[in-house]
Design a protein around this ligand. Sequence first.
Ligand code: AMP
Ligand code: ZN
Ligand code: FE
Ligand code: FE
Length: 287
Amino acid sequence: MIDLHAHTNCSDGKDTPTELVANAKAQGVSVLAITDHDTTIGWDEAIVAAGSQGIGLVPGIEVSTRALTPEGRGVSVHMLAYLPDPNNLALSEALEMTRESRILRAKEMVRRLAEDYPISWELVLEQLPKGSTIGRPALADALVSAGVVPDRSSAFESMLHRNSRYYVSEKTLETAKAISLIHGAGGVAIMAHPLIDFPGSLKDLPIAHFESLIAAGLDGFEVDHRSVPKFAKPRLRDLALKHNLIVTGSSDYHGVGGKENLLGENQTSQEMLDRIIDQASGVEAFL
Ligand code: AMP
Ligand code: ZN
Ligand code: FE
Ligand code: FE
């Protein structure tokens, strides 16, 4: 059972890296990737935990990026980076800029929310360990702890969604730039949940958008993920086949109370994991 997309409390997951690995082991996962948003700080702890639990670990990152589609729509794209060198300067500096921007953005959202709800920056900081990548889930957790909403999902539905008046966007890397930074660090770039920022009414793949990212070096698509609509899965597989790209499947687990996604609910084949490992030159997988 190979699950290549999971979060810890180094970003917006609920488990520590050690807890994540123990939970993965308990669910029967044999190879797990840790893919926190825009950070590698959880890797070392996860590697040690995987060693003692006897499961495989693939160090990764979920890199926040943005792209302009050929139709001129700005979309957020999450790029999974597998096995990049965490000490690569260009990549680590770019990630640091994203994390800084996420802090400024979160502070502005808190300022707006605080006009209507009993939340503060201090309360938000209490929700996650120091140094973790901050995202809207930390704001959601603060709203939960203030008794404003019962859970993260309600916070997203009522005040943290994209069209909310409290919403502020963060500055992230341009997608093509992120792909080249990931490659420069020896990593493999797989687009996470490829349709997440497209309308639910979508009937066809945004093919020109995907093909322009393939031209920019994209290595594959996360096809099996609960946020990928059913119609899109065979089409994404066909597109991947046409361009000889990797396809993966993963949970995007965020812990209990993080998101409903369960470890191992989607999986990647051994063949595709082998291709990722063959293509990568940044760090070794711990298998
Ligand atoms: P941000 O990184 O600030 O853009 O926040 C996006 C993160 O929030 C994603 O990684 C999602 O996993 C998480 N998220 C989005 N919607 C929900 C939801 N309804 N419930 C819990 N987490 C969510
Ligand atoms: Zn997340
Ligand atoms: Fe994501
Ligand atoms: Fe994720």
